[in-house]
Design a protein around this ligand. Structure first.
Ligand code: TXA
Ligand code: MG
Length: 349
């Protein structure tokens, strides 16, 4: 299959391109598109054949449900059984934006889209290209992140092209994403709404709108006996090809420890990588050392993380060490993704 890659300026969107992309979706094809979080791989959410194609293009197990993307509030009612008060409040506060809400689904949504579940995940992105595209596609676009299964989510169209060329009809290439980590997922079908995946919208932000919000206990641990409530969270997502370990502790000791390990591993023939920060990066002796930015600027670290993990793959790095990050704000989402990438290998010095 030929994959068309078309540039779209989000300040000045060409309606003809959007129309063409929308027509592909209506005809049952697939189009990757930018959102504020990461690039999505879109298909018609109401067409079972399209959802099957999404799973095939990603190489993803079909029990992992897709998020349905909408562009206006009126389009929510037909695809859900009811809108709980908590969901109405969260949508009012955070839509359009990087928040996904789980509802009981109506019959309109095929089980192929929800991975066999009676619930459906819905998100209304704020990115202007996403909004125009969803509208042109008929209002309901099922989209996982536009990476091959097991690869980091794509934060720029270049990475979508690496993973998806030849597998989908079109890629809408807008600038790099603003957030860089996937949306926060909140289940609103339960008595106390519960965070299933942390993201840019933090628990503190949610609790400014609702009295209390729970958290899936499996979210930050690797050894829980419970299965995660978002089926996709059980997979070792975001995994770089190299073996990743997070090293937590006082800055000086972390630098010393990582450098000792690197010297040993280099002798064994490994190509080594380090995720450091602006204050430490010059001190590391790894083959590929990349700064995630100023450690106080969590939003910037979030934006860089997936790009860095992909760079190690491109460089053929076999062993990676990463500094640990603060859990404040979007830091919880950063550590959630980093811990998954590391298979929960974290060393506390
Ligand atoms: O920011 C995002 O959410 C991006 C952009 C493209 O919108 N999308 C994204 O999709 O991250 P994906 O497929 O990579 O992750 C969707 C997550 C999975 O962990 C999945 O298991 C969970 O959402 N999910 C979807 N439907 C669900 C449901 N009904 N109940 C529980 N979890 C659900
Ligand atoms: Mg994903």
């Amino acid at each position: 299959m030929d994959t068309q890659i078309i540039k779209v300026d989000k300040q000045n969107i060409d309606p003809n391109v959007i129309q063409q992309a929308g027509d592909i979706i209506k005809a049952g094809g697939l189009v990757a598109f930018p959102t504020e979080t990461v690039y999505g791989l879109g298909g018609d959410a109401l067409n079972p054949a399209s959802s099957k194609k999404i799973y095939a293009a990603k190489g993803r197990p079909s029990d992992n449900p897709l998020i349905v993307h909408i562009c206006c509030m009126e389009d929510l009612t037909p695809i859900v059984k009811e809108i709980p008060e908590s969901a109405a409040k969260l949508a009012e506060a955070f839509w359009p934006g990087p928040l996904t809400l789980i509802f009981n689904k109506s019959d309109m949504v095929p089980y192929e889209t929800t991975g066999g579940l009676d619930t459906v995940a819905v998100r209304m992105p704020v990115h202007p290209v996403a909004k125009a595209f969803i509208e042109a596609a008929g209002g309901y676009v099922a989209a996982p992140s536009a990476n091959r299964s097991g690869r980091p989510s794509p934060t720029s169209a270049k990475y979508v092209a690496e993973d998806m060329t030849g597998r989908i009809e079109m890629i809408l290439d807008s600038s790099d994403v603003e957030i860089g980590l996937e949306s926060t997922i909140v289940d609103t079908t339960v008595e106390e709404p519960m965070i299933l995946r942390p993201g840019y919208i933090t628990r503190e932000m949610l609790e400014e709108v609702l009295k209390s919000v729970g958290e899936d206990e499996t979210m930050m641990t690797g050894d829980s006996k419970e299965a995660p409530k978002a089926p996709g969270m059980k997979y070792r997502h975001y995994a770089p090809k190299g073996d990743l370990t997070i090293v937590d502790g006082e800055e000086r000791r972390v630098v010393e420890y990582i450098n000792e390990q690197i010297q040993r591993l280099k002798k064994e023939g490994h190509k080594t990588g380090v995720i450091g920060t602006d204050g430490t990066i010059a001190e590391y002796c790894g083959d590929v050392c990349i700064s995630a930015g100023d450690r106080k600027d969590e939003a910037a670290v979030a934006r860089e993380l997936y790009r860095i993990l992909r760079e190690f793959d491109d460089e053929g790095v076999t062993v990676i060490f990463s500094e640990s990050f603060d859990m404040a704000g979007i830091g919880q989402a950063i550590m959630n993704r980093l811990l998954k990438a590391a298979g929960h290998k974290i060393l506390h010095l």
